[in-house]
Every structure is written in structure tokens, then in C-alpha cells.
Design a protein around this ligand. Structure first.
Ligand code: OAD
Ligand code: ZN
Length: 244
């Protein structure tokens, strides 16, 4: 149900137990394309379907195609991006003791750069790259500067980027904490996500309250949403939290 912003602002003003759950739409205002909008990464034409490219099996079979795609479509826009007003507002809400956790499907790290401390990255982070063969960790710097496919400097193994790929499980510790925060939240803000990628989307179902707020450019099909504000997440968050 679409509602008035003043009603949602009142809910946010009154709560000190808010949890945020976000997706790629949270970073489009920072210039990073999302996946499924008309100008999203998955709507462009490639030789292979992008969801196939970003899978673990494809990565192992065609690391060169995978790396070209990852660097051009995912890493380059992330490296050029700055946190937007939405990321900044969430960090301020955490500092004020209102927001308990930011749960995100994004790997870009913009929440941390805006000052958020308790961030759960369900789909990994561009910082945590590691060798598939010997497990050595590699910084974003090592990874981003290399041309083409990136191999380990110790054993020549293929380096797995920090993102969780299709066909891989999510980190069980992060999943557990996510379930805890969501199930204990008084207010759950969901923003910038199509809510169709599992298992992430289903985690929202752990919410037990009646103040589930969706901030999104488009409506998503989830029956648990109590308040829907249609618009840009960053702009809406700026209007919803003004106590700074
Ligand atoms: P999607 O691209 O599927 O959905 C983004 C949603 O954000 C859409 O509903 C847009 O309408 C909305 N949107 C875009 N810009 C917005 C803005 N400024 N404010 C509010 N809403 C906006 O992205 P995700 O749901 O995050 O996973 O996708 C989930 C996962 O699919 C990603 O984490 C990624 C991808 O495959 C992996 O790579 C494992
Ligand atoms: Zn190695």
C-alpha cells in the first residue's frame, strides 16, 4: 500500500530498533547500475546471459569472460562511486542509536565508507578476494590493478573475487546474524531491491512486526510490506530522517 511520507517519518522518529535491508537500488544514486531495471546490468546484451556469467561454474570454465565482465560492469562503476545521501543517513541513524544493522546484498562497501559500522554483506565484499587453490587473501588493490584474469602470486591458482557467485552458499554466520536482527527488529526498512534473489529475499520473512517499510522505485511482490513509498531510496531516507 502506498502511503504518505509523514506517516513513515513518524514511525522512524519513534523507533530505536530499526533494521535496514537493501539491494542494488541503494547504490544507483551513486552511479552504480543495478541488475534488473531497464538500464540494469542484466538488461544489456552479452554473448552469455549475465546471470550465467556470474556463476561459480561459469567462472571456473571461462575465467577470462568472467573477469572481463566483472571488471567492466561491476568493479569499474564501484571504484568510481561515492556514498550517496541514503548511505549517509543510515550511518547517522546508527550513530544516533536508532538503527541496529545494515543488511545489504551489495558488495560495493559504500555503507561502510559512509560511516556505518554494523554492516552485514550477504553477497560478499569487493575487499575479500581469495585464491581458489591455496586460500591466500588478496586486497582490492592487487585485484583491480591486474589486467585480465587474476592469478595468485603464490601458487598461480585462480583468484575468486569477494562476491558470492550464483551456485555458491551464503556465509552461514552472516545469515544467522541477519535472521536475528530481522526477527528482533521493531521497524524493518527494505530499499532498492527487487526481492527475487534467494535466499537473501526470504530473510525478510523473519520479520515479526507490522512496520515493514519499502522504499523502492517499483513495487515488489511481497505480501508482508506494510508501507510503500515509491521513489529513490536516498532521497526518501533524507526526508525520513532529519534529526542531525
Ligand atoms: P535488482 O537490480 O534486482 O533490483 C533493484 C531494485 O531497486 C529494483 O526494484 C529497482 O526498481 C530499484 N531501484 C533502482 N534504483 C533505485 C533507487 N534509487 N531507489 C529505490 N529503488 C531503486 O537488485 P537486487 O535486488 O539487489 O547478486 O539484486 C539482488 C542480487 O541479484 C544482487 O545482489 C546480485 C544480483 O544477481 C549476486 O550477484 C549474487
Ligand atoms: Zn594461491
Amino acid at each position: 500500500m502506498q502511503v504518505k511520507i509523514a506517516k513513515v517519518k513518524q514511525i522512524i522518529d519513534q523507533s530505536n530498533n530499526i533494521v535496514f535491508f537493501g539491494g542494488a537500488g541503494m547504490s544507483t544514486e551513486s552511479g552504480i547500475p543495478d541488475f534488473r531495471s531497464a538500464d540494469g546490468i542484466y538488461k544489456q546484451k552479452y554473448n552469455y546471459p549475465p546471470e550465467q556469467i556470474l556463476s561459480i561454474n561459469f567462472f571456473k570454465r571461462h575465467p577470462d569472460v568472467f573477469y572481463d565482465f566483472l571488471k567492466e560492469k561491476v568493479l569499474t562503476p564501484i571504484l568510481a562511486a561515492q556514498p550517496n545521501q541514503g548511505h549517509i543517513k543510515l550511518a547517522q541513524m546508527e550513530k544516533a542509536g536508532k538503527l541496529k544493522a545494515v543488511i545489504t546484498q551489495n558488495i560495493d562497501g559504500l555503507h561502510q565508507r559512509a560511516g556505518s559500522e554494523n554492516v552485514l554483506q550477504l553477497h560478499g565484499s569487493i575487499k575479500n578476494n581469495y585464491c581458489l587453490k591455496c586460500g591466500k587473501n588478496f586486497s582490492l588493490d592487487y585485484f583491480a590493478k591486474k589486467e585480465g584474469t587474476v592469478y595468485c602470486d603464490r601458487c598461480d591458482g585462480l583468484i575468486h573475487p569477494g562476491a558470492v557467485l550464483f551456485g555458491e552458499p551464503l556465509d552461514s554466520m552472516i545469515m544467522r546474524k541477519t535472521k536475528e536482527y530481522i526477527s528482533q527488529a521493531e521497524v524493518l526498512i527494505v530499499a532498492g531491491t527487487s526481492m527475487i534473489v534467494q535466499p537473501a529475499a526470504a530473510l525478510v520473512n523473519y520479520y515479526q512486526g507490522d512496520k515493514l517499510i519499502l522504499l523502492n522505485l517499483t513495487q515488489v511482490s511481497n505480501r508482508r510490506i506494510n508501507y510503500f513509498l515509491k521513489g529513490k531510496a536516498g532521497e526518501l531516507l533524507s526526508q525520513l530522517y532529519t534529526d542531525t
